[in-house]
Design a protein around this ligand. Structure first.
Ligand code: XLS
Ligand code: CA
Ligand code: CA
Length: 441
């Protein structure tokens, strides 16, 4: 069956095209720094937002009109697989991502859920054989089922902990089966609502033990995907243990896990944590922890996780700057963990939204690349931190000084001169690069 009858393969038509079903800036074949955009940007579709959910919000029922809604149960799951591969091919994305319950319905027992998964996974495997599309990452949804009311690996109930482990075990096996390049742990309800009933130390220790068991099991079955932790500060719990990258980094170090994990950084989670997207990317990059990206954006006027498609070119530019400086994302990619708005309920909107996201990151990529080629930030920083390249500054950087020597230096100073940080000028330069990028500069 054909699910998206009125849509043909999406092509690059350039910035002057008015076709809503065409890329204006993302040209998969364009080579930048020796790699095509398709190879470098490694876009992925999030199964849960695009095929599984129906645009329900806390105040209203689902609005999405989808051609697979005529089915139920396992037939629905199968129809979604068919539709998803048609969508991936038409859009031309190289990757997809899923949670266990996105692809197959939960049964009444773990055994039944696993049987459902086996059927769908073997169907996905067959589709993957005839397609270039690969699995960027999969994960276990250990937060939707009511049993996870108090968390999963941080639950107060050991039976729930065991059930969560069994679900991750199954997903690690599926990741191996489908050749997944990464495996993601987002701490769904790994956090707390109140400290009044929470043993924080036990919960975090248990979480540490859980990750060690996951690492051991992946090794045992020969699944060598990159493990990723996805931080989020709050929602659904009041306080999530993987608050942001720095908190996650400390956690990994505390539990001796730092060699096994990198981070999957989501833009909307960064802003919920009170950071910019680029802050999280920068912190991860300079600490060698940048693994993959959930490419979306939040709404600055709303305080929750709106998972919008990324269209803010300023943000995609600064994000791509970090990614290029990181030498790319390695095994990671740019997964559109984003949903169309509740009012955008037609299937065409799914294409328009992904095209918008892919074009926005393509623009960000080109602009960031030009900024780097012209050493805009590099020259500025070289000048700004010049005092550390000789004299007392070089001694500090090389660890050749102490408080007594620094005091001696300070006592000898008659005048201290600072230089302007030039923030407004830098912002104007970024605007200039953004506007020039497609104006045939
Ligand atoms: C939710 C998260 C989730 C993870 C995967 O806020 O973004 O979708 O990416 O479990
Ligand atoms: Ca995410
Ligand atoms: Ca999110």
């Amino acid at each position: 069956m054909v699910y998206f009858e009125n849509v043909n393969k999406i092509k690059y038509e350039g910035p002057n095209s008015n076709n809503p079903f065409a890329f204006k800036f993302y040209n998969p074949e364009e080579v930048i720094n020796g790699k095509t955009m398709e190879e470098y940007l490694r876009y992925g579709v999030a199964y849960w937002h695009t095929f599984t959910q129906d645009l329900t919000d806390p105040f209203g029922a689902g609005t999405a009109i989808r051609p697979w809604h005529q089915y139920t149960g396992m037939d629905l799951a199968k129809a979604r697989v068919e539709a998803s591969f048609e969508f991936f091919e038409k859009l031309g994305v190289p990757y997809f991502c899923f949670h266990d319950i996105d692809i197959a319905p939960e049964g009444s027992t773990l055994k039944e859920s696993n049987q459902n998964l086996d059927v769908i996974v073997s169907m996905i495997k067959d589709y993957m054989k005839d397609s270039k599309v690969k699995l960027l990452w999969n994960t276990a949804n250990n937060f939707t089922n009511p049993m996870f009311v108090h968390g999963a690996a941080s639950s107060s109930n050991a039976d729930v902990y065991a059930y969560a482990a069994a679900k991750v075990k199954k997903q690690l096996e599926i990741g191996k089966e489908l050749g997944g390049e990464n495996y993601v742990f987002w701490g769904g309800r790994e956090g707390y609502e109140t400290l009044l009933n929470t043993d924080m130390k036990l919960e975090q220790d248990n979480l540490g033990r859980f990750f060690h068991m996951a690492v051991d099991y992946a090794k045992e079955i020969g699944f060598d995907a990159q493990f990723l932790i996805e931080p989020k500060p709050k929602e659904p719990t009041t306080h999530q243990y993987d608050f942001d990258v720095a908190t996650g980094h400390a956690f990994l170090q505390n539990y001796g896990l730092e060699k096994h994990f990198k981070f999957n950084i989501e833009a909307n989670h960064a802003t919920l944590a009170g950071h910019t997207f680029e802050h999280e990317l920068r912190y991860a990059r300079v600490n060698g922890l940048l693994g993959s990206v959930d490419a979306n954006q939040g709404d600055p006027l709303l305080g929750w996780d709106t998972d919008e498609f990324p269209t803010d070119l300023y943000s995609t530019t600064l994000a791509m700057y970090e990614i290029i400086k990181n030498g790319g994302l390695g095994a990671g990619g740019l997964n559109f963990d984003a949903k169309v708005r509740r009012g955008s309920f037609e299937t065409d909107d799914l294409f328009h939204a992904h095209i918008a996201g892919m074009d926005s990151f393509a623009v960000g990529y080109k602009v960031a690349n030009q900024l780097i080629e012209d050493k805009v930030f590099e020259n500025l920083m070289e000048d700004r931190y010049k005092s550390y390249t000789s004299g007392v500054g070089l001694d500090i950087v090389e660890g050749k000084t102490d408080f007594k020597k620094l005091e001696e230096h300070a006592l000898g100073l008659t005048e201290i001169t600072n230089k302007s940080g030039r923030l407004e000028s830098i912002k104007a330069t970024i605007n200039q690069y953004l506007l020039r990028a497609y104006a045939g500069k």
